[in-house]
Design a protein around this ligand. Structure first.
Ligand code: ADP
Ligand code: ASP
Ligand code: MG
Length: 406
């Protein structure tokens, strides 16, 4: 017997037939002896429609409290329909919404983009276990939360995925299954390129980077709650079968768990290649990076300017890279010269928590400013920040950043 959290996205419950099929797929698992907690989104594009109507009716005049209450109606409706559909198949089911005492998802009071209070949620979600033990299938509103004043909150667009993984974690589930309108995670958005191929599996780390760069198929914050021991997959709704293979989400790896925040200090050399207006000439970057790749020289970072390309390379490879790139510069008419510049220190910090930690860059850079340490270059993605400082400042900067993270 397994505990399954199954989340149904808007399209997968987009009409009566689909709801019937989805409810049947849940009941099939129940009949096999499994326990199922259902999480549902709003039907189809209900959330978009409600937001449009509000916008047309009053534009900015709507308050956050009003808006959270209005959009919550999407999920308030779908839980009621879904749980009735399960009962119509002869199995006991109850919906769970934020007005109820047994509501599990507790958040802060950032009403439209609320952050989960993990401890309270973990405690409250045990109510769902009681329902399961009585043979009831709970159907929980995705996307919604409640703050400790009792106000309805939302977890941000696409937030039902967070609800599913969060409950999976809190309930110690064996499986989290995301049911959506595509057959799994694909090689790219299948609505943009038709020849996209389905992947059998993807790591948590890859999935998170894909999601933070816009792949809507899973909310990037959802994976914060993905335990290595939980089986997770994304499947299409078409088969009406929760045991469809879809795409398995693997991990996170032990490594990633250990260094949720990792800090690497490296000595880096800066190589600048110049040429007139090279930003507007094609193939320059490829030429520089291909030859370094052929010589197995790793590039830590690249920045481009109107008349230059700057490459950040491990200090030990710098002389060799200098020689190799010089040959390219001499042969290529678009390039005029290169310089092996100062050595710098690179401090690279990575953590999945950065995604929802506002102001992380200023938190990290402020102590450097206070200590008069100059930042030569900074680059960031949603889960990492890379800072380049002068070599002499490397050690101190490293310590300062470390103390911020602690
Ligand atoms: P749901 O309503 O079920 O949560 P979403 O619309 O939020 O569904 O997410 C599914 C959509 O994600 C797909 O219809 C697809 O257009 C989009 N998508 C973007 N990138 C990918 C990808 N790499 N693989 C699969 N789907 C993707
Ligand atoms: N219904 C919400 C939205 O459209 C949440 C979700 O679908 O995950 O954003
Ligand atoms: Mg979604």
């Amino acid at each position: 017997m397994e505990l399954i959290v199954a989340k149904f996205g808007g399209t997968s419950i987009g009409n009566g037939n689909r709801i019937k099929k989805a409810a049947q797929s849940v009941v099939d698992e129940y009949m096999k002896g499994n326990k199922v907690v259902v999480v549902v989104s709003a039907i189809n594009k209900t959330t978009d429609e409600l937001l449009h109507i509000v916008d047309d009716a009053m534009e900015e005049a709507v308050t956050e409290k009003q808006l959270a209450e209005i959009v919550s109606m999407g999920e308030m409706t779908s839980v009621r329909i879904f749980s009735s559909a399960i009962e119509a198949l002869g199995v006991k089911s109850e919906y769970v919404d934020p007005f109820m005492d047994n509501w599990p998802i507790v958040t802060d009071s950032n009403l439209l983009n609320a952050k989960v209070d993990f401890k309270d949620t973990e405690e409250k979600s045990q109510e769902l276990i009681k329902m399961l033990d009585q043979g009831i299938i709970p159907v929980v509103c995705g996307f919604l939360g409640r703050d400790n004043q009792g106000y309805i909150t939302t977890l941000g667009r696409g937030g039902s995925d967070i609800t599913a993984f969060l409950l999976g974690h809190c309930l110690n589930a064996d499986n989290v299954i995301i049911v959506t309108d595509v057959s799994g995670v694909m090689s790219t958005d299948p609505n943009k390129l038709q020849d996209a191929q389905k992947l059998d599996k993807i790591s948590v780390e890859e999935m998170r980077d894909l999601a933070t760069h816009g792949a809507q198929v899973l909310h990037p914050h959802a994976l914060k709650y993905k335990d290595p021991k939980i089986n997770a997959k994304i499947i299409g709704f078409e088969n009406g079968d929760l045991s469809s293979p879809g795409t398995e989400i693997i991990g996170p790896s032990k490594d990633e768990m250990l260094k949720t925040t990792s800090l690497i200090g490296e000595h880096i050399s800066v190589l600048a290649v110049v040429g007139e207006e090279i930003l507007n000439k094609s193939g320059i970057l490829a030429e520089l990076t291909d030859i370094l790749a052929e010589n197995k020289i790793n590039i830590f970072g690249i920045s481009t300017g109107q008349n230059s390309v700057t490459l950040f390379i491990n200090k030990k490879d710098a002389d060799e890279a200098h020689r190799i790139l010089h040959d390219v510069v001499v042969k290529n008419d678009n390039l005029s010269s290169l310089s092996l510049g100062t050595e710098i220190a690179m401090i690279s910090i990575a953590s999945p928590d950065f995604i929802d930690t506002p102001g992380i860059i200023s938190d990290i850079t402020e102590p450097l400013r206070e200590n008069n340490l100059n930042i030569v270059e900074i680059s960031s993605s949603q889960t990492s920040v890379v800072i380049f400082v002068e070599c002499k400042d490397g050690k101190k900067a490293y310590e300062l950043v470390r103390s911020v993270l602690e």
